[in-house]
Design a protein around this ligand. Structure first.
Ligand code: PGA
Length: 246
């Protein structure tokens, strides 16, 4: 699994956008697995730029989000559904009706999680974008998540609440629960694209790609997938042995 390493986020985003554009040429109605978080922002900016230039058409495609906060309605500005609508659907021809996510305001979270797991499984995701947490989480699968886990309600680790507080007015406003696709659910995607920027991700990236496959580093599950593209900036890649071995 040799990563693609670029000097900056813009070039990483261009490479990832190339992968998505190629897929959409082959399969216009592709099922795109989308992620949220700061890492994804330059990628959605680049897709928007290509849409504006007439190089990309998302209308026949559909989108499935990895996760959603519990306790925020779908219309809440901080919800991941709204985030994707703002970053991509409202700026391109991707219809908001074709953006699917778990409903974090559902009364029965376990039933909602099972519904979403079935939806994602039936959709057969063609390409799944993935960020990685500094603690090695994948989506909201925190350390200790079974590598076979399915979509379910989860508690966020203190590290994740703290990391995500930058998107909220205060740390107290950050939800402490979410519904997340499980690691077993994510692994069903045809292609995984793992993206990371910055030194703060370098240890997690090294452990995910070169460490033991373990529930304590959930992103290490990508080593079990036969079709993974890893795209990093130089800082995120800086601790990888594969880049320093002769
Ligand atoms: P980030 O989050 O892109 O905001 O760093 C990634 C993640 O936590 O999975």
């Amino acid at each position: 699994m040799t990563p693609h390493v670029f000097p900056d986020a813009r070039q990483v985003a261009a490479f990832v956008a190339d992968q998505i554009q190629t897929l959409l040429v082959e399969k216009q109605d592709a099922a795109l697995g989308l992620a949220t978080g700061g890492t994804m922002v330059p990628i959605y900016d680049e897709l928007t730029r290509r849409y504006d230039n007439g190089h990309l058409r998302l209308a026949p495609a559909s989108a499935y989000l990895l996760d959603e906060y519990v306790g925020l309605g779908c219309d809440d500005r901080q919800s991941y559904k709204r985030t994707i609508e703002q970053l991509l659907a409202s700026r391109t021809d991707l219809s908001a009706q074709r953006v699917h996510s778990p409903d974090g305001s559902a009364d029965d979270l376990a039933t909602e999680a099972r519904r979403y797991d079935r939806l994602v499984s039936e959709a057969k995701i063609d390409l799944q974008l993935l960020g990685i947490g500094g603690n090695g989480h994948l989506a909201f699968n925190e350390p200790g998540s079974s590598l076979a886990s399915r979509t379910r309600p989860v508690e966020l680790s203190p590290a994740t609440v703290s990391a995500n507080s930058r998107f909220f007015p205060s740390i107290d406003a950050v939800p402490t629960m979410a519904i997340t696709q499980g690691l077993g659910t994510i692994r069903q995607a045809e292609l995984l694209i793992l993206v990371a920027f910055g030194d703060a991700k370098s240890d997690a990236v090294r452990l995910a790609l070169e460490g033991p496959i373990t529930a304590m580093l959930p992103a290490s599950v990508v080593q079990l997938h036969e079709n993974v593209v890893v795209v990093l900036d130089e800082a995120a890649a800086s601790k990888l042995a594969v880049l320093h071995s002769a």
